[in-house]
Design a binder for this molecule. Structure first.
Ligand code: MLT
Length: 406
């Protein structure tokens, strides 16, 4: 009799975004004539930048000739892409990262979900609430938590993000080994200053902890004083792993390309207190379980860093930021308290009622799909998240509908 991993039984019935998709599809079937505008899951709607498409086509043509064909690529990704990443995303901003510290992958969701494998099961994890559900669920699957009770898993140190702390968690009051952070934040859209981030890096040094820093939304930062990478903060090389994605930056949600930075200075300890470098562990894991991203896609990603690509990518993010501005303005005018949306594609809205009730009301009355805050954690109750990833026309229409119906 084959036995299952019973940790899976602790999980909530379905992944948040699958749950929402199920509800929307049931509503659509019951009301086939109703138009639905999706501002729920953060999925991009605009075409890939021209520079990426051109590079993608060129690389596909190379695969058609024996002389230029490529088979398995280098484990960590092609050097042409890793060198561009380092030069533009890190060195140009004064962050000391080298190409052999970059691991190209097919998504920040996979990497933030998989990274926990290189750490012991009995460590203490600190996770913000509300939070991107992947961080929590993957730790549940790995057996790092207890049962789900009253909206929370036992044995997680939840870091509450509420309007009282401007949705930026306070430093943990108890020791923590692995700390999850995400800025610009998903789901609240808030950002963190360099000084504030420095306190977290210092805390990680003091407690020999590691910060997992998800910067998937950095392309939406327009306030130049804000850090785009944790490595812009002193001492972060020893205590932080960073995750980046081309999904939202350049519309790669269906194309798949991302990367993770594991500096060679980050260490963990075995049960005898002996030090081991996390880079070697992640390299071992990556080489064993992953075959990197296809050559044409890495060429398409590289094109983001050309002059043409940089301008197109900026224009893409500006387009969604303009949507975010409209959403925030209209929701505020409709009497709702909002945060986010200025350096982020997400707007976090206090709905003045149960968040699933607000979700149902928006869907049924206004035909607008949002994400209920409660799906991101206990502290998300009462809130909804609206995503700016859609066309301007749809965002305007959605806001008209909301104004009329609320
Ligand atoms: C979200 O809506 O939170 C994101 O799109 C989910 C993801 O990137 O996996």
């Amino acid at each position: 009799m084959i036995r299952i991993n019973e940790n899976y039984l602790k999980l909530q019935a379905s992944y948040l975004f699958s749950d929402i998709a199920g509800r929307v599809s049931a509503f659509q079937q019951a009301h086939p004539d109703r138009e639905i505008i999706k501002l729920g899951i953060g999925d991009v709607t605009r075409a890939l930048p021209r520079a990426c498409i051109k590079a993608f086509h060129r690389a596909a043509d190379e695969m058609a000739e024996d002389s230029t064909f490529r088979g398995y690529g280098p484990e960590q990704g092609y050097p042409f892409l890793r060198e561009k990443i380092v030069a533009h995303d890190f060195n140009a901003r004064g962050a000391d990262i080298s190409p052999d510290e970059i691991f190209v992958s097919d998504g920040a969701k996979c990497d933030t979900g998989n990274i926990q494998e290189i750490f012991a099961t009995d460590i203490k994890i600190a996770i913000p609430d509300p939070v991107y559900p992947v961080y929590v669920d993957t730790n549940v699957m790995a057996g790092r938590t207890g049962e789900f009770d009253n909206g929370r898993y036992k044995n997680i140190l939840y870091m509450e993000c509420t309007r009282e702390n401007n949705f930026i968690p306070d430093l943990p009051s108890e020791p923590a080994d692995l700390i999850y952070m995400c800025f610009p934040n998903n789901p609240t859209g808030t950002t963190i200053t360099k000084d504030r981030l420095q306190t977290w890096v210092d805390f990680a040094h003091e407690s020999k902890a590691i910060i997992l820093y998800d910067a998937a939304y950095e392309a939406f930062i327009r306030d130049d004083s804000l850090p785009r990478s944790i490595y812009e903060v002193e001492g972060a090389r020893e205590v932080a792993i960073e995750f980046r994605s081309f999904s939202k930056t350049a519309g790669f949600t269906g194309t798949r390309c991302a990367y993770t930075v594991v500096p060679k200075d980050c260490a963990g300890y075995d049960s005898n207190g002996e030090k081991h470098m996390l880079h070697s562990l992640w390299h071992r894991r990556h080489a064993t379980k992953f075959n990197t991203v296809s050559y044409p896609i890495q060429r398409a990603a590289e094109a983001i860093y050309s002059e043409e690509g940089k301008a197109q990518v900026r224009e893409l993010a500006d387009y969604y930021l303009n949507n975010a501005k409209i959403i925030r303005k209209e929701m505020t005018a409709a009497g709702f308290e909002c945060v986010g949306g200025d350096n982020s594609p997400y707007i976090w809205i206090y709905g003045k009622r149960d968040s699933w009730e607000f979700f149902d009301m928006l869907l049924q009355k206004a035909g607008v799909v949002c994400t209920p805050g409660a799906g991101f954690g206990k502290c998300g109750e009462g809130y909804i998240r609206i995503s700016a990833f859609n066309s301007l026309e749809n965002v305007q229409k959605a806001m008209e509908n909301v104004k009329r119906e609320t």
